[in-house]
Design a protein around this ligand. Structure first.
Ligand SMILES: Cc1cc2nc3c(=O)[nH]c(=O)nc-3n(C[C@H](O)[C@H](O)[C@H](O)COP(=O)(O)OP(=O)(O)OC[C@H]3O[C@@H](n4cnc5c(N)ncnc54)[C@H](O)[C@@H]3O)c2cc1C
Length: 284
């Protein structure tokens, strides 16, 4: 079995600043970490490999320093790490990122076998769009399972996977065929520490590093800033809310009384609401 995990090195979001003139994220001097959602994806990939055999390849597109993040993945127990780095990829939005990653995955497949599963995090903590995973799946014509909270069953012989997907208002249980792309939610597992053997192997391992040409990416107009239709027009901090949270006291702590007090408070603050609700319910 071959599992590919897409990981992104991101600035520690607690320390991000935005350039006041260009409105771009200022990454210089900001410590970087592996996108936390990607660690949940990596742990799930390693768990499946440990249970079913095979190999886990971690891939990233980023600047040369992203090899730190990949080496960290090796210390957790990934079998191989591939970095796609080239000045042509600078300024990529999600369209250009998913294009480059899809071609990178094809190249990895040519070298080490077609993937049975591709994992991504649900989203990153710097871009936050949650578009790259679905973008890769679409470009590779793969089935996709997004917002996955749990892998319920994985049957390599039948080539089936059953997962729990967090949806609005509940959990969907979905089954599909391999190969497919999975985007993992937070809190789905606990990242392992990695063994001493993995740490030693990681320290000695080469991070396979490809530029656009080595990865077989020739349509450079679809990469980086050129291939990115997204325009950041303005970045600003929302103005703080005028109202502050406050506590209301209820003498009788029964659920009925608490609800009544809350509803009373809401209708006191929005006098028209009760009338609107009565009208809406009488319309049915
Ligand atoms: C408003 C806005 C402004 C931006 N400004 C800038 C900027 O000034 N400079 C800049 O460099 N970027 C900027 N970006 C970010 C850029 O668009 C993203 O870095 C990139 O397109 C990936 O999108 P994302 O981070 O939203 O990934 P998501 O779609 O949220 O990521 C989902 C998953 O895809 C995978 N993934 C994503 N990116 C990679 C990758 N590179 N390699 C491997 N796996 C990956 C990971 O598994 C991740 O968990 C901006 C984004 C937005 C929305």
């Amino acid at each position: 079995m071959h599992i590919i995990v897409c990981i992104k090195q991101v600035p520690d979001s607690a320390q991000i600043r935005v350039h006041p003139v260009t409105n771009t994220i200022m990454r210089q001097g900001v410590p970087t970490i592996i996108n936390p959602y990607d660690l949940f994806a990596l742990e799930e990939a390693l768990r499946l490999r440990d249970e079913h055999g095979g190999e886990v390849t971690c891939v990233t597109m980023g600047p040369p320093m992203a090899d730190n993040a990949l080496r960290k993945c090796l210390t957790y127990g990934a079998d191989r790490a591939v970095l796609l780095t080239d000045r042509f990829f600078a300024g990529s939005d999600t369209l250009a990122t998913s294009y480059a990653l899809a071609l990178l995955i094809k190249k990895v497949a040519e070298n080490w076998g077609e993937p049975d599963l591709i994992f991504c995090g649900k989203q990153t903590i710097d871009g936050d769009t949650a578009q790259v995973g679905p973008g890769i799946a679409k470009r590779l014509k793969l089935l996709q399972l997004t917002y996955v909270a749990k892998i319920e069953e994985f049957d390599l012989e039948k080539r089936e996977i059953t997962i729990h997907r967090r949806a609005e208002g509940g959990i969907q249980v979905l089954k599909t065929k391999l190969p497919c792309l999975v985007t993992m939610l937070e809190g789905t597992n606990e990242m392992r520490r990695g063994t001493m053997g993995d740490a030693l192997r990681a320290a000695r391992s080469e991070i396979i590093t490809w530029n656009a040409a080595a990865a077989g990416i020739t349509e450079l107009a679809l990469c980086g800033l050129k291939g990115s239709p997204t325009i950041v027009k303005k970045v600003y901090a929302p103005s703080p809310r005028a109202e502050k949270a406050y506590q209301i006291e209820v003498e009788d702590k029964s659920v009925d009384q608490i609800c009544e007090a809350l509803i009373g408070e809401v209708t006191k603050r929005q006098p028209g609401l009760e009338k609107d609700l009565v009208k809406t319910s009488s319309d049915y």
